[in-house]
Write a protein that binds this ligand. Structure first.
Ligand code: NAG
Ligand code: NAG
Ligand code: NAG
Length: 403
């Protein structure tokens, strides 16, 4: 047997192993998707292995892979692209070149990646931002934030807040030709958590004179109190974002601590003193019937008080926008929420839809039956999928009609 055959057999075995993933027959372009998902899982396993061997941290490995993909700020015939570094944080501006007499709309983008990797300079964000700026004749500005393993909550929140405080000022908006009544805050995944937390902050914050007209949250992560919701159960081995990776991201977002990760994994991380917060994430009362689908709400096993003492972020609404009280929620602007059926975070988004609507907020909810977490990333070659393009179309057209 030649080396090629050996490689082939090893690859096939690896692929078969990683396809342990819950794979729905409904997915379009299933082979391409399976290959992409398996490759990601292989990279995750390599990162874990390197971490176990003490060679580098899981995230450092992913940061290296990410750095290879970063795209430079290159303007094209339609859009001017520029970078600024503010306090070690990259801010990238995409400004439409159309010459109109009107002021432009603005989209403020917070990127995803579990607050552990990712940057607005990744190719799929570049594709999205260019397209949005050009199609909507808008200014799209993406702000990064510092990441784990070096920085933990609330650094990400503060970085985003510092940026917003300086951007949402009349002089700054005037400089970019932005109409202050037409600003939207947008984010995907953990970036949608930042977007939601920022919108909550800005709406009641006297230091920020300009309020967003809308927020758009793409498969947001909005809480870490309940890791046993129906979507967690159904997508434990789901595509792109399995539970093990999500829990690692959420726990390390607060601090590196093995016992925290274990407690979160078994949903025994919230101490009894904080049980009053569980009503805000109670899927039994807040999920629409069709998503409960035979799941039984089990009463909680409470965790040790030490956890919250050590990691107060675990119950902080800035890291769990679903914990905001009703008076904060009632101040939220027009909201777009996109959820995907095959997403461990699906129920976070669905519960936010319920809670916002219960508080009189106008919410446009888009549920993608054939969608999975991270679909929006699939818009640059060779990783593009029809699904990714459809999502982009939906998001841009909603913004066009509502901003
Ligand atoms: C510029 O905009 C036009 C019209 O929207 C589009 O056809 C063209 O592909 C755009 N150019 C680039 C480089 O995206
Ligand atoms: C969640 O809601 C159910 C009713 O649907 C209730 O029995 C349960 O006690 C609630 N749990 C919490 C922690 O609020
Ligand atoms: C709701 O939360 C906000 C922000 O944390 C706080 O300032 C306010 O006092 C709370 N309101 C009520 C009624 O608890």
């Amino acid at each position: 047997m030649g080396p090629k055959a050996v490689c082939l057999i090893i690859s096939c075995t690896l692929l078969a192993w990683y396809m342990h993933t819950t794979f729905s027959a409904n997915f379009e372009q299933p082979w391409k998707l399976m290959l992409m998902d398996s490759s990601l899982k292989i990279l995750q396993h390599m990162a874990s292995l390197l971490e176990k061997l003490g060679l580098m941290s899981f995230w450092d490995f992913l940061h290296i892979l990410m750095r290879w993909q970063i795209v430079e700020p290159i303007s094209d015939e339609n859009v001017t692209v520029t970078d600024a570094i503010v306090k070690d944080v990259l801010v990238r501006y995409y400004v439409s070149k159309k010459k109109s007499h009107e002021l432009k709309r603005a989209i403020i983008y917070f990127h995803g990646g579990g607050a552990s990797f990712g940057t607005i300079a990744l190719p799929h964000y570049d594709v999205f931002a260019r397209l949005a700026a050009n199609t909507l004749d808008a200014v799209v500005v993406g702000s990064d934030y510092r990441k784990i393993p070096k920085y933990h909550h609330p650094t990400q929140w503060s970085d985003a807040y510092d940026f917003l405080k300086s951007f949402l000022q009349p002089e700054t908006l005037a400089k970019y030709g932005v109409d202050p009544t037409r600003v939207c805050i947008l984010g995907d995944s953990s970036g949608a958590a930042v977007a939601a937390a920022m919108t909550q902050q800005v709406m009641g914050d006297p230091e920020i004179p300009i309020k967003p007209k809308a927020q758009a949250l793409i498969y947001p992560v909005l809480q870490m109190l309940d890791t046993d919701m129906p979507s967690y159960r159904e997508n434990e081995y789901g595509i792109m974002l399995p539970k093990s990776l999500l829990i690692k991201m959420m726990s390390e977002y607060l601090g590196i601590d093995e016992s925290l990760e274990q407690a979160m994994k078994s949903n025994q991380h919230i101490p009894a003193e904080y049980s009053h917060l569980l009503k805000f994430v109670n899927w039994s009362t807040l999920l629409p019937e069709r998503f409960k689908k035979g799941h039984v709400y089990t009463e909680r096993i409470y965790g040790s008080s030490e956890i919250v003492k050590k990691f107060p972020g675990i119950v902080d609404p800035r890291a769990n926008p679903l914990l905001a009280n009703d008076s904060t929620l009632s101040l939220q602007p027009l909201t777009y929420i996109l959820t995907c059926q095959y997403d461990i975070l699906r129920d976070d988004g669905l519960i936010y839809v319920s809670r916002l609507r219960n508080n009189g907020v106008q919410v446009f909810h888009e549920h993608i039956e054939e969608g999975f977490h991270g679909s929006l990333m699939c818009i640059h070659k060779p990783f593009d999928l029809d699904l990714g393009w459809r999502l982009v179309g939906k998001i841009i057209s909603w913004i066009n009609e509502n901003l």
